[in-house]
Design a binder for this molecule. Structure first.
Ligand SMILES: *Cc1c(COP(=O)(O)O)cnc(C)c1O
Length: 236
């Protein structure tokens, strides 16, 4: 028997994920088109990225600025929308502000201001998501819930970048059902912020859910799911 080519395997994985996404959205009474799939290509090469692109995938996520810049330069003739899903160090804020359509990991007023200043100087308008730390693990990034109000106040002063929502990265759970409480909590925080007057335009997106739990995240309201291994295979 012939084994699937890389291209066919990635296309088949994408088709499977898209249909599972649509079914999860329908279970929750949501429109499948309200959920966007970000293909997390970290550690994979431009070959895999272009295979997914050929299968119709447009949004790709990376977790390191340097690694992303290489792939961005190798894909300049595509219409790929690049997302930064991993932690952003403030010394990389400038590069990130001008290279990504969306940064999922803003977690302080200072980082927000740095990214906005760089974006303004270079004429970019990246979308920014505020990463919320709901687990309180010392190794995880993200802002404490208490600090969200100050971040959204600073967001209304942004001149170029636009804050458009929230992101969460729960601790790894063997049983994906155990992540549901985190996803639900992020949605509740979004609703609380809205009821306290944060503009809806700043609360449009909920970035949550990965390969093993994206269906649960969609049931709980995710608008962006970040899926890597289920598309590209194991990271070895
Ligand atoms: C790697 C990564 C993902 C994708 O994880 P998979 O388990 O491969 O789907 C999603 N979000 C972030 C922040 C990541 O670093």
């Amino acid at each position: 028997m012939e084994s699937l080519s890389l291209q066919d395997a990635i296309a088949a994985n994408l088709a499977d994920i898209r249909s599972r996404l649509a079914r999860a959205a329908e279970r929750a009474g949501r429109r499948p088109t309200d959920v966007r799939l970000v293909a997390v290509s970290k550690t994979f090469s431009i070959t895999e990225v272009l295979a997914a692109y050929a299968a119709g995938q447009r949004a790709f996520g990376e977790n390191r600025v340097q690694e992303a810049l290489e792939k961005i330069s190798l894909s300049s003739d595509t219409s790929i929308e690049w997302h930064l899903v991993g932690h952003l160090q403030s010394n990389k804020a400038r590069k990130a502000a001008t290279s990504f359509a969306c940064i999922h990991s803003i977690d302080s007023v200072e980082l927000l201001r740095r990214v906005d200043e760089a974006a303004e100087e270079d004429g970019h308008q990246p979308e920014l998501l505020i990463q919320v730390d709901l687990a309180g693990e010392p190794t995880k990034h993200g802002t404490a819930v208490d600090a969200l109000h100050a971040i959204f106040e600073a967001a209304s002063a942004c001149r170029a970048a636009r804050v458009t929502g929230l992101m969460v990265l729960p601790p790894f759970m063997d049983d994906p059902e155990d992540a549901r409480a985190y996803f639900r909590r992020l949605r509740e925080i979004r609703d609380e912020l809205a009821s306290r007057g944060v503009p809806r335009s700043m609360l449009r997106e909920l970035s949550m859910g990965m390969s093993h739990d994206f269906e649960i995240a969609v049931e709980e309201g995710a608008t962006l799911v970040r899926v890597g291994t289920a598309i590209f295979g194991g990271r070895g």
